[in-house]
Design a protein around this ligand. Structure first.
Ligand code: UGY
Ligand code: MN
Length: 248
C-alpha cells in the first residue's frame, strides 16, 4: 500500500498512464444505473474516448453521440444486446456499433465494460462498416512479426471500411515488442493481465493489469512482459485513413 499523495499515474504531453488508484467515477450521460470512468478523452489531446462503464443489473446504455462509433468489450458480467442471432455477451465478448446505428445494450448481471469511441471518418467510395459481434475466445492469435511468444488477436475485420482497429496482445514473460514503434496512429490501451514495463517517450513505466495507457501519434512505444504470468492488453488504434484527409 503506497502512502497517500503518491501514484504511478502520469500525464505527459504525448502519453498518459492512468492507474486504478486514480480512477474517478461519475454518471454517464444517457445511461441508467451506471457509473463511468473516463480514462482518455479529447481534452487530454486524444482524438478518441476510452472509458469504463460499471453497470448494475438492468442498467441500460445510452447511445453514442451523433457520428460517433462505439466498440464495447465485456470485462465482467453479462450484457444483452439487440444485434445478430446470439443476444448476450460475457467476459471476452465484444460489439462494434457503427456511427448512427441503434443497438440497445442492457446489463443482465452486474457488468464492467471497456469502451472506445471515435468520430467515424468515412472513405469516399467505400460503404460504412457493418456492426460486428464476437468473442475473443473465437479469434486465433497470430505471432507478431514472427514471434510466437507475442500473439496478436485482431477483433475487427481488417478492411478499408473500418477506420479503427481493436486488438488483443498476449505476451509470454520475457517477450517484447520487437522495435520501439513510432507511428501516426494513436492508441488507447487497457492492461488485462500480468505485468511488464512500458516505454512511453523517454520514460519507462512498470505496468500491471488494470492500468490504462494513452499513446499520442508518434509517441515512441515499447513493451516487455515481466513477472511469472502471461501479460495481455486490449488496445485501440486509428487505421486506414489518409493523414491529410479523404482520398477519393
Ligand atoms: O498495433 C500496434 O501499433 C502495436 N504493435 N502497438 C503497441 O502494442 N504499442
Ligand atoms: Mn503501436
Amino acid at each position: 500500500m503506497e502512502l497517500y499523495g503518491s501514484t504511478r499515474s502520469r500525464v505527459a504531453r504525448n502519453h498518459a498512464l492512468i492507474c486504478p488508484d486514480s480512477f474517478v467515477r461519475a454518471a454517464l450521460p444517457g445511461w441508467t444505473k451506471t457509473q463511468g470512468i473516463i480514462l482518455i478523452a479529447p481534452v487530454l489531446g486524444a482524438r478518441f474516448t476510452q472509458y469504463l462503464a460499471v453497470m448494475e443489473p438492468g442498467a441500460i446504455a445510452g447511445p453514442a453521440a451523433p457520428g460517433v462509433e462505439r466498440f464495447v468489450y465485456v470485462l465482467e458480467g453479462t450484457i444483452k444486446h439487440s444485434f445478430g442471432s446470439k443476444r448476450t455477451l460475457d467476459a471476452g465478448g465484444y460489439l462494434f456499433v457503427p456511427a448512427g446505428t441503434q443497438i440497445t445494450l442492457e446489463a443482465q448481471t452486474a457488468a464492467r465494460l471497456n469502451i472506445f469511441e471515435k468520430p467515424f471518418v468515412s472513405l469516399p467510395g467505400c460503404s460504412a462498416p457493418a456492426p460486428v459481434v464476437g468473442r475473443e475466445q473465437d479469434i486465433q492469435g497470430a505471432p507478431f512479426m514472427g514471434d510466437p511468444d507475442a500473439l496478436l488477436q485482431t477483433l475487427l475485420p481488417d478492411q478499408p471500411a473500418f477506420d479503427l482497429a481493436v486488438n488483443l496482445f498476449r505476451f509470454r514473460p520475457g517477450a517484447a515488442l520487437p522495435l520501439v514503434e513510432i507511428h501516426v496512429m494513436e492508441h488507447g490501451l487497457l492492461m488485462l493481465a500480468g505485468r511488464g514495463v512500458y516505454r512511453l517517450g523517454d520514460s519507462w513505466y512498470p505496468v500491471q493489469a488494470g492500468d490504462v495507457i494513452w499513446m499520442a501519434s508518434f509517441c515512441p512505444q515499447w513493451f516487455v512482459a515481466m513477472g511469472k504470468e502471461q501479460a495481455g492488453y486490449l488496445y485501440y488504434k486509428d487505421v486506414n485513413r489518409d493523414p491529410l484527409g479523404s482520398k477519393a
